[in-house]
Design a protein around this ligand. Sequence first.
Ligand code: 4AD
Length: 461
Amino acid sequence: MQRIEIKDLQKTYKDYADQEITVCGWTRTIRDSKNIAFVELNDGAFKSVQIVVEKDKVSNYDEIVKQNVGSSFSVKGLLVLTPNAQQPFEVSARQVTILGESEADYPLQKKGHSIEYLRSIPTIRPRSNLFNAVFRIRSVAAFAIHKYFNERNFVYVHTPIITSNDCEGAGEMFQVTTLDLDRVASSGKVDYTKDFFNKKVSLTVSGQLHEECITHAFGKTYTFGPTFRAENSNTTRHAAEFWMMEPEICFCDLDELMDNEEEMIKYVISYVMIECRDELEFLNKFIDKGLIARLTNIVENEFVRLDYTEAIEMLTKVKDRFTFPVEWGVDLQSEHERYITEEIFKKPVFLKNYPKDIKAFYMRQNDDGKTVAAADLLVPGIGELIGGSQREERLDKLTERINELGMNMEDYAWYVNTRRYGTNVHSGYGLGFERLVMYLTGVSNIRDVELYPRTVGNILY
Ligand code: 4AD
């Protein structure tokens, strides 16, 4: 008989009552009571299945019970309904084949390891309940994003990872080179014409500029891929390699952009709440007791839309409680963002119309000459989840700004050309996917929502 996956069995187990089935998986626990043993078998589904092994019903009882946790089994047995037990069914084993033994040093011997210990074993930690839940939610959330944009006629585009421009202008890029650095150091000079691409290139900090040009072919696009930042920020919210999802929409202003962001976030949360109920209940119990209530609250309530200038007024009133100064023109620190979302509004807040001097060159200048039509989405517990803006669609204003900032116009001519060939009011944003997963799971460190986190000073394997 063919193997049945445990996730499928959880939906259809009644159809198999008293029938013989085969399940495969890894042992989570093995409890031996001399003539009867209970094996918790997990095949990757969030919930495991209980296998009851009776000594007189299998030929290799003694061999089974001496196996270590983590060994892999194939079990043929009868599915028995257990309506009064915690789990609605179990499998009464008739034949247990040990597929792969697990050695005694298997790192997940017991339950309840600390999150820090689990972080030190990235190859194994997805086998724990916590990381099984987190990484499944990550997968389901990614799918929900694709579903949302697909249902709305967006085209999914793949922008390059290696780039010769710095989209955000912050100079936080990882350089890519095939030059022999030892030789460069001894010669004392760098000759980029000898480098692989004959020029200086880096890993992308955002696909936006490449994407924006392509959006002018399709009208609505999004990218979703790896992004790299050499920021020296050793915080719980910054990774050197993370995934960003960037929609770009033509004929769309800032208000319409915020509508899209709000609808998208609510859609993704609702989808995860339906598809990952067991995982969320587990996280709500063990990681963050307010998780489900908070997610429900987001889906059911409108986000706040607040001007940067108004936010500064609110923060100035309580400025003594902050470490960093508050005055018009400063970039808000996480303590300021948290105060706004967690204490004043207690829900997500779009902060909009920022001073142009703290934002990127491509953002549309407002008529006041001081601010740009940007909107960041700040959420309780995380801070900035999304950064977005209306793009400067006026050729003269955009070129003026590029020159004003001392950027090399030649490097950006290909991008500026979109303003010469059918320009239009258009907008876009970037969602930090790991931050969304943190929000969805209640996990408070970005290192615990990436399989193999890369952060400043830290790379395992
Ligand atoms: O606000 P940012 O820098 O925006 C851009 O890069 C735009 N070009 C996006 C666009 O409009 N298409 O970054 C967008 C989001 C942030 O809001 C944050 O959630 C996330 O990316 N982010 C990071 N996430 C993890 N680690 C880091 N080091 C991050 N830096 C930004």
